[in-house]
Design a protein around this ligand. Structure first.
Ligand code: HEM
Length: 585
């Protein structure tokens, strides 16, 4: 049996001032919970473990166990958690949850207990999955045996019946209508929007550089996480409902309301008691009153946009809609598509839920990808230079197009590698609607593991992406790893990496890797915006590197991680930005 297997994908032959830090909000206000979790686990990273989470000595942890942990495990055995099958159990863990982000602890227990284990947590137990074969079973093969569990409860007040929390009937209906909206001509038109918005950000940086002391100023210090957040907000507004937040350059009540809502989503995902469900809480608790008022501001903005789109409706068949001349349309947005589609009439409330869901789902996730890509590149100057050389040779000083994106292979792989090391969200959440038998997975029980209806499952994408069984040097930043093809010969039930399973794919995905790489989930609930987000990140990163050299302001260790759902920094990604010294156009 091979111990370590395959980490590589082949080349793709066919692939030819953010509210949180500078607008007077709390540092958490930018931290969108795309898919939040109902356990409080916000914390800083362990000292000396900034980027790479290594396993902590098990004995040391066991001796640290305290009463709380033991009591919690006893409870788990006595109550519902004890009824979850025969799998290994991670015990004595509760204190770990408070010291650092949950996904770090889940990684250590994965190495200790294997790729399917039970996490005893007070009266509840969760099954933690870190194996591609088991993930494939839950997400694809038996997908409709699971729903989103606690996630849906938290998101419903914000997203209503949008795709992420929607019940199965609504989901089926809306997914069929929304997914075709992300067709190729739409994505090509979006590249122009990604470029326009990125250029606005770059102009701002240039102005800051030339600003106060035009002669001396060689570099500026900036929180790039905040800047990426503004950029991603502007892009999602234009792409989804043709609304320019203009947040790169200004503040507005709507922008503040968006961040307020995101802040509340994160708060809810990390707070034990859902006090907001108590009658009258929404009127009495000040932060709940603020949340209601933020929602009202966003909703009335979205309602206005829906009204306008409906007034100018031109009803057309889907095929005709996809053939429109997107590059020259004044409004190429998804809202236009959804409103104009023949036979897809929905009430305004549903449309608003759809838009809100995409606004939230597509904003901080993409900002996080850019943040970690820069964080990783800044620590690897040779790779940064290699990326810049690619941008110079493909783009020169020009703007990206769909064609040039195909040639920016290294930039695309940097984006992908950033998503491997920092998946957003690091955990996928499911609840079993019926009893099920999970496969044992690699090195697991051959008979699998029976779980009863109601079992909460975490698929740890973080563990999958850093699994020593499926990746070489799993904690290293190696975008090149995706360019080497190797076949799996040793792991039964896992098909290995094979790009021919997804011909023409610009980016490695879960099909090519047979669920070892899951940045956008998989199966029927897979992200609808994956190509949008990947192209957006590629364009923004390419344009940044075209113009600037980036260094971290402090040490990598000083960048502390926190997570509500996306992995983000505690105090911003402070960088030094200077104009490229090696421009050779
Ligand atoms: C890098 C950026 C992004 C990442 C990492 C990401 C990740 C994900 C993941 C992992 C899921 C599956 C969740 C699950 O199975 O529980 C998902 C679902 C979803 N994402 Fe994204 N996403 C990103 C960007 C976007 C964008 C730009 C949009 C829209 C414009 C979007 C819209 C959605 C929607 C609507 C769903 C729910 C799909 C369904 O249940 O049918 N996402 N995303």
């Amino acid at each position: 049996m091979a111990t370590a297997a395959i980490s590589h994908l082949s080349t793709f032959p066919n692939a030819n001032s953010h509210p949180k830090h500078n607008r007077g909000f709390s540092p958490l206000s930018s931290c969108v919970s795309h898919f939040p979790i109902s356990i409080h686990f916000r914390s800083s990273m362990p000292r000396g473990c900034p980027v790479r989470c290594q396993s902590i000595d098990t004995n040391e942890r066991k001796s640290d166990r305290n009463l709380l942990d033991n009591a919690s495990n006893l409870l788990t055995q006595l109550l519902s958690g004890g009824s979850i099958g025969s799998m290994p159990t991670a015990e004595g863990a509760v204190t770990d949850l408070f010291d650092r982000p949950l996904f770090f602890s889940l990684y250590d227990w994965f190495l200790e207990h294997g790729s399917v284990y039970k996490l005893a947590f007070g009266p509840k137990a969760f099954v933690v999955v870190s194996d591609p074969i088991v993930a494939r079973h839950i997400l694809r093969e038996n997908a409709f045996c699971y729903d989103k569990g606690v996630l849906a409860d938290i998101l419903e007040p914000i997203m209503g019946k949008g795709l992420i929390p929607a019940d199965l009937d609504t989901w089926k209906q809306r997914r069929r209508v929304i997914a075709p909206g992300f067709h190729t001509s739409y994505l090509e038109a979006m590249i122009k929007i990604f470029t326009d918005c990125s250029e606005r950000t770059i102009l701002k940086f240039n102005k800051l550089l030339e600003g106060e002391s035009p002669n001396d100023q060689k570099s500026i210090e900036l929180d790039l996480e905040a800047e990426f957040s503004s950029l991603a907000l502007d892009i999602i507004g234009l792409g989804v409902f043709n609304y320019d937040f203009g947040s790169v350059t200004k503040e507005s009540p709507v922008i503040k309301a968006v961040y307020g809502t995101l802040f509340e989503a994160e708060h809810r995902s990390t707070f034990y008691i859902p006090y907001w469900k108590i009658p009258l809480a929404r009127w009495i608790v000040p932060r709940q009153r603020k949340f209601q008022s933020d929602l009202k501001i966003i909703n009335s903005c979205l309602d206005g946009l829906i009204r306008n789109a409906k007034e100018s409706r031109q009803e057309t068949d889907v095929e005709k809609l996809q053939q429109r001349d997107y590059l020259n349309l004044k409004d190429a947005s998804l809202l236009r598509f959804l409103v104009d589609m023949r036979g897809a009439d929905v009430d305004d409330r549903q449309l608003r839920d759809d838009l809100m869901t995409m606004l939230i789902a597509g904003h901080e996730t993409t900002a996080a990808v850019l943040t970690w890509a820069v964080f990783l590149l800044a620590q690897n100057p040779t790779k940064m230079k290699k990326a810049q050389a690619e941008v110079d040779s493909v783009l020169g000083e020009g703007r990206p197009t769909f064609e040039s994106l195909k040639k920016l292979q290294y930039i695309r792989l940097i984006v992908i590698e950033a998503l491997r090391l920092y998946p957003q969200p690091p955990l996928l959440i499911r609840r079993a609607l019926k009893s099920d038998v999970l496969p044992g997975g690699y090195k697991g029980d051959k008979d699998g593991y029976a779980i009863p209806a109601g079992t909460d499952v975490f698929i740890s994408v973080y563990n999958l992406h850093r699994s020593p069984y499926f990746w070489d040097s799993p904690n290293d930043f190696e975008p090149e790893r995706f360019m080497v093809q190797r076949k799996n010969e040793d792991i039964e039930g896992w098909a290995g990496f094979d790009p021919s399973r997804s011909p023409g794919a610009l980016y490695p995905n879960e099909v090519i890797s047979d669920f070892a790489f899951l940045p956008f989930g998989g199966g029927p609930r897979k992200c609808v915006g994956d190509q949008f987000a990947l192209m957006e990140s590629t364009v923004a990163l390419a344009l940044l590197l075209q113009k600037f050299d980036v260094q971290l302001k402090g040490t990598p260790q000083s960048v502390e991680l926190v997570t509500g759902a996306t992995i983000h920094t505690k105090n911003g990604l402070w960088c030094k930005l200077s104009k490229r010294s090696n421009l050779h156009h």
